[in-house]
Write a protein that binds this ligand. Structure first.
Ligand code: ZN
Length: 317
């Protein structure tokens, strides 16, 4: 049977596989102006769970007074119903957050720790220096591994910072090595305010893959200046096979004020599928979940695929 959703030989007949992790329920919901009711969050996460994702970031253990949009994380963890092969991921900001997370140990499989590559951004974000954060990381990493959880990490502002400007590649990769030494099996590089470009993404991911053998290297691009997908393509061509994105392009960013945030999962997956790159995901279901999010918020989201739908290739072409 002809697969109408695949362009035949789009990639010269060779099939490549990548992993796309959905971060909308955390990174997306956190940065929308509204606080989404718990029942709606649960419904949307359950929809994503039926789209084939193997990993979904579902909650965060940040202080509720700091990020009220995610204050119902525990209720969300208790209520969601995703297939058994979907790893539920939580974001942990500090050891207090880890204490709270481990009280809910049976409700998730992976814990993500983060730091910013920019000293100023890190201080503004979590009120600690990078060095203080990384000291905590090695202690927290031990606790995460002792609980048989997968230890993931993210380095924010990896490609530039609105306060400090350019961040040296070596500085970012040094931090990445510290995460790897602490036992993290995955390191994500976040373009928190959309300052990367495709040429730099290409150089950066080639260097990261070379310096961090055996570690899953993940690209987390924002579409702040419309370059998110171009950056993802450049990372892919440099050998990156792991990506994070947010359905509906949910998740704005306060810097610059009113900016869009993460690239839309459905736009990323659509691009990969058209290129003959396999994601194992059901694009139509992701678009349905994104449209559901749009209806829930009651305003138009910036995802392209919600409007255009998937590409349907005619078998006669
Ligand atoms: Zn993001």
């Amino acid at each position: 049977m002809v697969d109408l959703h695949r362009f035949p030989n789009a990639n010269g007949g060779e099939t490549r596989t990548v992993h796309v992790r959905e971060v909308g329920p955390r990174d997306g919901f956190q940065n929308e102006p509204e606080t989404i009711p718990t029942a709606d969050k649960v419904r949307l996460i359950n929809s994503l769970g039926r789209a084939g994702f193997k990993r979904i970031e579902v909650a965060s253990f940040v202080r509720p007074d700091v990020i009220p949009q995610l204050s119902d994380g525990v209720q969300v963890l208790h209520a969601i119903d995703v297939p058994d092969d979907v790893a539920r991921m939580v974001l942990v900001p500090n050891s207090r957050g880890l204490d709270n997370a481990l009280d809910e140990r049976e409700y998730f499989e992976e814990a993500t720790l983060f730091v910013s590559a920019s000293q100023t951004h890190n201080k503004r974000n979590i009120n600690r220096t990078i060095e203080e954060t990384m000291t905590d990381v090695s202690a927290m990493g031990k606790r995460i591994l002792a609980e048989d959880l997968t230890f993931c990490s993210v380095i924010a502002t990896s490609f530039g910072c609105p306060f400090e400007g350019r961040i040296e590649m070596d500085r970012v990769l040094d931090i990445a090595e510290q995460f790897a030494e602490a036992g993290a099996t995955e390191i994500g590089f976040g373009d928190t305010t959309g300052m990367c470009n495709p040429a730099y993404a290409s150089r950066f991911f080639a260097a990261a893959i070379e310096r961090l053998p055996g570690v899953e290297i993940t690209a987390h691009f924002h579409n702040t200046r419309g370059q998110g997908l171009a950056n993802a393509y450049a990372a892919l061509e440099a050998g990156c096979t792991s990506f994070e994105s947010s359905f509906g392009e949910l998740g704005g960013c306060p810097v610059p004020a009113g900016s869009t945030g993460n690239i839309a999962t459905e736009d990323l997956v659509s691009m990969f599928h058209e290129m003959g790159v396999d994601t194992g995901l059901d694009l139509e279901r992701i678009i349905e979940a994104a449209a559901e999010a749009q209806a829930t918020l009651g305003r138009k989201l910036t995802s392209h695929s919600i409007v255009a739908g998937p590409v349907i290739w005619s078998p006669s072409v």
